[in-house]
Structures are given as structure tokens and as C-alpha cells.
Unconditional design. Structure first.
Length: 276
């Protein structure tokens, strides 16, 4: 598929490795049927997000709560990417992060590590923790900063004001980009977007949660790159419910995103910290 740009050599090698791994997984799946732990679907499908199921590029996001994952079966079911929880605050690492990080790669999925923001800890501390625990892999997707209110947290259920939240977010985004050489993706939900992010950080790719309506209904004219459209998905290789996600565009858009680390609808400039 032709593009107007030439990807860096390390990334071309990474994509070649992903393609070979995916082919091996597909061959193995021919003798395994639907794979382990059930079939692809949704335990509680919502008609408001039916369009998401038909988008061509599909993936999952996972953490310790999904237990041990059979990544080969996830890949064989057609999932192409995975967001994997890595860190939270300044002192917590998901106990299955390393297992999932390398398991997904071995199965041929492109993956991204995400950090869950904790509003009662300085952003600089959280950035150091992320950099300490997340490998800088040139073949990975850009990292994700997960920003939402922690209302159910026993340690920190509080909100900070808009100016302080944006200051912390910008600090984290800056440091995550320095660490990986890639402009981070911002994950958010409807409430946090309305209270903090509306009209802000327009040059970053956004991964938005909308499980009962299409994104434009909940987020207005916000350009989104990734859509988390259900929390009750079922995917071979994963026991029980799992969040399912879709990329906004075509396969051509997807490969452009992977090679440039930037939503192709944005004005994409080379990261100041690019490692390729």
C-alpha cells in the first residue's frame, strides 16, 4: 500500500515482525476453532454503538482484571491492537503488565502501555514512575495517558480545578513523549472531557469512551482516534468481559498512524524526542 512518506528502518522491521507473528497465529488458529474462552461478541450489546463493530481495525484494552490472557487466540480472532495497563499514580504497577506486554507482542498485536492518572500525586512523580517501569519499544504504539476522575478511590476521590488538571496532564504528556519519542494518546470519558478537556489539547490523538452512543453525540466536534465502545465485550483468549475498541479509519489510515505515530488527520510533525 503506497504512502507519501518512508517509515524509519526500526519501525519497518517491527511491522515485518508483527506481520510474521500474525501469520503464524492465523495458521495455528485453523486447528483451534474459535480459540479458548468463548467466541467474539458482546454480553450486553447496545444499539447506539452498532457502527463500531463494523470498523475495520479492532482491539482491546486489558489489565490485571482479565487474568491470564491467551494472546494467540486474541490475535486469531482478528484483534490488531491492545492497550495494556502499566502504571497508576507514583507507586503502582499492574501485576500482569510485563506478561501482557510481551505476550501481546509475541502474538503479533501492536500495543500501547497506559498510565492511569492519580490526582493526589505530583505529575513529576508519576512521570518518573512510568518511565521507570515501561520499556521504550520503537515498535509499540504511542503511550496512553488515562485521565478521568477517581471517584471510587479510597485514597484520592477528589477533583482538582481545571487549571491544575491541565497543568498535570501537560507535564505527563511531555515526559511520556520524552521517554518514548512518540506523542501520547489521551484517554478520557464524557464527564472529564466536558469538565476539563473541552477545547483543549486538540493536537493530541484522543481515545474516548462512549458505550451507548456514537462519539459525536457525547463529544461534539472532538476528533477521536480510538473509540472504546463496550465494556462487556467477549474475545477468544480472554475470560469474561473485556473492553473492546475501534480505530476511526481505514487500513491505510491505520498504517499511516503506526508509521507516523500521529493521527493522519492532524498536522503531523516529528516528535522533538523521536528515537527512530
Amino acid at each position: 500500500m503506497p504512502f507519501a512518506f518512508t517509515p524509519a528502518l526500526p519501525f519497518r522491521r517491527a511491522l515485518r515482525g508483527i506481520a510474521l507473528a500474525a501469520a503464524a497465529v492465523a495458521l495455528a488458529s485453523c486447528s483451534q476453532g474459535a480459540g479458548s474462552y468463548g467466541r467474539l461478541g458482546d454480553a450486553k450489546p447496545h444499539p447506539g454503538v452498532a457502527k463500531a463493530h463494523n470498523l475495520p481495525i479492532q482491539g482491546v484494552d486489558v489489565s490485571r482484571w482479565q487474568g491470564k490472557i491467551d494472546w494467540a487466540s486474541v490475535a486469531a480472532a482478528g484483534k490488531q491492537f491492545a492497550f495494556i495497563k502499566a502504571t497508576e499514580g507514583g507507586d503502582h504497577i499492574d501485576p500482569r503488565f510485563i506478561e501482557n506486554w510481551y505476550g501481546a507482542k509475541e502474538a503479533g498485536l501492536v500495543r500501547s502501555a497506559y498510565h492511569f492518572m492519580f490526582w493526589c500525586r505530583p505529575a513529576a512523580d508519576q512521570a518518573r514512575w512510568f518511565k521507570q517501569n515501561v520499556p521504550n519499544d520503537p515498535g509499540a504504539m504511542p503511550p496512553v495517558l488515562d485521565v478521568e476522575w477517581n471517584g471510587e478511590s479510597k485514597k484520592c476521590p477528589y477533583k482538582v480545578d481545571r487549571a491544575e488538571a491541565l497543568r498535570m496532564i501537560r507535564t505527563m504528556l511531555h515526559e511520556m513523549e520524552r521517554h518514548t519519542g512518540k506523542r501520547p494518546i489521551i484517554y478520557t470519558d464524557i464527564t472529564f472531557h466536558n469538565e476539563i478537556l473541552e477545547g483543549e489539547l486538540l493536537d493530541y490523538p484522543h481515545w474516548i469512551r462512549s458505550t451507548a452512543a456514537e462519539p459525536h453525540v457525547r463529544y461534539g466536534d472532538r476528533k477521536w482516534t480510538m473509540w472504546q465502545y463496550t465494556t462487556t465485550g467477549r474475545v477468544p483468549g480472554i475470560k469474561g468481559d473485556v473492553d473492546r475498541n475501534a480505530f476511526y479509519g481505514s487500513e491505510k489510515d491505520w498504517y499511516a498512524f503506526l508509521q507516523n505515530d500521529c493521527d493522519p488527520r492532524h498536522v503531523c510533525s516529528t516528535s522533538r524526542y523521536a528515537s527512530n
